[in-house]
Design a protein around this ligand. Structure first.
Ligand code: KIV
Length: 269
């Protein structure tokens, strides 16, 4: 058997880069368990994010801060056990990457025990990003609204509306790419700023509340299925409203991302 035989045919970082080059939008959803992982995978979604949003939608907290690395490893393993094609990313949770060594130890757990192919961390943590990349760990950056910093940001608010904030975000995005990240998530950012950053970067930019011109979109699964506790954020959409099954809602979301019909202006800032 060839050393290079890839029986799982999992999408790779190179596949995502090629999709950006070809102008094909990348679809992404959060996932936290094996049953949804299998459904999302069967519907053709390109990327699954084991988000630390699980602290809110699974554990019932009012922020992502209580989520631990053990929680993330457990849910990552659940998701990776049931998927075949989607590339799986897991969040490094709050305070699990305070320095590059700690980031490496925890990212290694997510990959070795959780079975994911990439880790995501919030903010321009350039030393940690380059350290992980040097060890062969693909990294996804995350700018804009950083939920792990909700207590310093003073709430869940749109980021980058002021010119100086926007300039800092553009500079951070370029530095994250230079540090070796393979992907960048932009959360709750004005659509025009997200478009500019997407055009400036070579790596794909995945938006959530960041307008239609990003290279791909991600939503929290429970928001788009309309089963989250509390109000759905303005940038999300209830894909169950016109679907008669969960599979239909997932497929409709996938198609809407691919066709750039989601997000519409009412989901953007
Ligand atoms: O944890 C999460 O679900 C996320 C998305 C909001 C991008 O980081």
């Amino acid at each position: 058997m060839s050393l290079y035989a890839n029986t799982r045919k999992t999408l790779t970082v190179s596949d995502l880069a090629a999709m950006k080059q070809a102008g094909e939008k990348i679809s992404c959803l959060t996932a936290y368990d094996a049953s949804f992982s299998a459904l999302i995978d069967q519907c053709g979604i390109d990327v699954m994010l084991v988000g630390d949003s699980l602290g809110m939608v699974i554990q019932g907290h009012n922020s992502t801060i209580p989520v631990t690395i053990d929680d993330m490893v457990y849910h990552s393993r659940c998701v990776s056990s049931a998927s075949k094609r989607a590339l799986i990313i897991a969040d490094l949770p709050f305070a699990s990457y305070a320095n590059p060594q700690q980031a490496l130890a925890n990212a290694a757990r997510l990959m070795q025990q959780g079975g994911v192919q990439m880790v995501k961390l919030e903010g321009a943590r350039l030393d940690s990003i380059s350290h992980l990349v040097a060890q062969g760990i693909p990294v996804c950056g995350h700018l804009g609204l950083l939920p792990q910093s909700v207590n310093t940001l003073g709430g869940y608010k749109v980021q980058g509306r002021e010119a100086s904030q926007a300039q800092n975000m553009i500079a951070d995005a370029l530095k994250i790419e230079q540090a070796g990240a393979s992907l960048l998530v932009l959360e709750c950012v004005p659509a025009s700023l997200a478009k500019h950053i997407s055009q400036q970067l070579t790596i794909p930019v995945i938006g959530i509340g960041a307008g239609v011109d990003c290279d791909g979109q991600v939503l929290v699964l429970y928001d788009m299925l309309n089963i989250s506790i509390g109000n759905r954020p303005r940038f999300s959409k209830n894909f169950m409203a016109n679907a008669d099954s969960i599979e239909q809602a997932l497929s409709d979301y996938h198609q809407a991302v691919k066709n750039a019909t989601f997000p519409a202006s009412e989901h953007s800032y």
